[in-house]
Design a protein around this ligand. Structure first.
Ligand SMILES: NC(=O)c1ccc[n+]([C@@H]2O[C@H](COP(=O)([O-])OP(=O)(O)OC[C@H]3O[C@@H](n4cnc5c(N)ncnc54)[C@H](O)[C@@H]3O)[C@@H](O)[C@H]2O)c1
Length: 423
């Protein structure tokens, strides 16, 4: 790594899928970075140069540590004296309600280190109002300083797309906002050092809503095409061909494809933050989100139902059948199995008494259901399977091996062979 003068000190609170790539990018652009996390195991791995995030290469991590610009820690005292702190902690749902306890903890920790002229930015996905109503007051109470006047406060949504090599951290435009114009300027100045283009919006509420709009848009459109796929199958019309044909329209159409459901940290969760806020503040239901949740959550059941019908046609039952699942990650070319619909399919098949085997080169052991036998995609496994179900279209799969399969249910429309049935 070439020697460049330090731009200052950045603290990234939360070293996960969002925080670690951000930390690496800041190091690359000349910041001294402290990666703070409460998970000792993660901090230990990072300190040993062991990256658990696909988009962060081991070499980049090791180089950042060696040049003295990056340090992972569980010690909050090392956060002192920051110029910029970015919060990238989880925002899960607990029994359908937003759980902001991680943001709360992170804000309280940072409040002891905020000083005049420092900037604090929230990046965690959350409902509109969180930065001003939760983070600001906590920082002010702990520091005795005024947000937007003494120190800068803002929100900038993360748009990271794991596995995407075209739209990277640096090339994807970043929306930035602050609680005052001075905050916005400071926060924009920080991200201008990290990305090619920043897009300034007028309030943190707009920035928070922007992220939820982007994810709700995807969630709803995926649900639309999933529901259509189920009807098209019954009408005996090829949905994939219709999507391809519709995609030739140069305006007013954007292609979304059916699949076994939605997963990851975003789509199954983020739109519900918005519908929760709408219900809580306006007393109304956000029907599109609720309908999309309903359709997308049903998809693993639908995949199993289609498999049952396919096996039935071959005089077989799911119970006792040997079923090979290809892919357990929710997204191609990643090992992220959080909320993965493929894992939901595996659980349902196990409950029905199937002998379930799964191949996924990326997903780590702990995310694979205990009774699922982990295998490699190879001619023997394909030959012995009563059905192969393609759930994640990883590039690493040699799909030509499926030519000899007796029955393939392809939920991603990526296999071409006689015995294939697409979703
Ligand atoms: N993963 C994505 O693709 C993605 C994309 C856009 C936005 N987001 C949002 O970004 C946020 C973070 O997501 P992620 O995928 O990086 O989560 P993650 O679970 O991969 O990482 C979060 C990290 O924060 C740590 N943490 C929890 N509480 C902490 C605390 N008080 N102090 C310090 N560290 C703490 C956890 O130990 C974990 O390492 C979420 O709000 C998510 O919705 C995620």
């Amino acid at each position: 790594m070439r020697e460049i003068r330090s731009l200052g000190k950045v603290v990234v609170v939360g070293q996960g899928y969002v925080g670690l790539p951000l930390a690496m990018r800041a190091v690359e652009r000349g910041w001294d970075v402290v990666g703070f996390d409460v998970d000792e195991q993660r901090v230990k791995r990072l300190s040993e140069g062991d990256s658990y995030v696909e988009d962060v290469r081991r070499e980049a991590l090791t180089a950042s540590i060696r040049c003295g610009r990056f340090r992972a820690t569980t010690d909050a005292l090392l956060c002192a004296g920051f110029d910029v702190a970015v919060i990238t902690v989880p925002t899960p749902l607990r029994e359908g309600n937003p759980d902001l306890s991680y943001i709360d903890d992170a804000s309280r920790m940072l409040s002891g280190h905020v000083h005049s002229g420092a900037a604090v930015i929230l990046e965690s996905t959350t409902y509109p109002g969180t930065t001003e109503e939760l983070v600001g007051p906590l920082l002010e109470a702990g520091s005795g300083l005024a947000a937007g006047k003494d120190f800068w406060l803002g929100y900038s949504p993360e748009r990271i797309d794991p596995g995407n090599t075209t739209w990277t951290f640096g090339t994807t435009p970043k929306v930035v906002s602050g609680v005052t114009p001075a905050s916005t300027n400071a926060i924009k100045a920080f991200y201008d050092t990290l990305v090619d283009q920043t897009v300034t919006v007028s309030s943190t509420g707009v920035a928070e809503l922007t992220k939820l709009l982007e994810n709700t848009f995807r969630h709803v459109n995926i649900a639309l095409v999933n529901e259509l796929a189920m009807f098209a199958a019954e009408l005996d019309i090829d949905i994939w061909e219709a999507i391809e044909a519709a995609s030739t329209k140069p305006f007013g159409f954007m292609a979304f494809t059916p699949g076994p459901g939605v997963g990851g940290h975003c789509l199954p969760i983020d739109p519900s933050y918005l519908s929760w806020r709408v219900r809580r503040n306006l007393g109304r239901s956000f029907r599109f989100v609720e309908l999309a949740n309903d359709v997308n959550e049903h998809m693993p059941d639908y995949v199993v139902q289609r498999l049952m019908v396919g096996l039935n046609r071959r005089q077989k039952s799911v119970s006792g059948s040997r079923i090979l699942l290809l892919g357990l990650a929710y997204k191609r070319n990643t090992g992220d199995a959080r909320e993965s619909p493929a894992v939901a399919v595996a659980h349902r098949l196990l409950t029905l008494g199937a002998d379930v085997r799964a191949a996924d080169p990326y997903v780590v052991e702990e995310h694979i259901p205990a009774s699922v036998v982990r295998v490699q995609l190879c001619p023997e496994e394909v030959a012995l399977a009563n059905a192969v179900v393609v759930l994640t279209d990883h590039d690493a799969f040699d799909l030509r091996l499926l030519d000899d399969a007796s029955y393939v249910l392809d939920t991603r429309h990526c296999v071409q062979s006689a015995a294939v049935e697409s979703l």
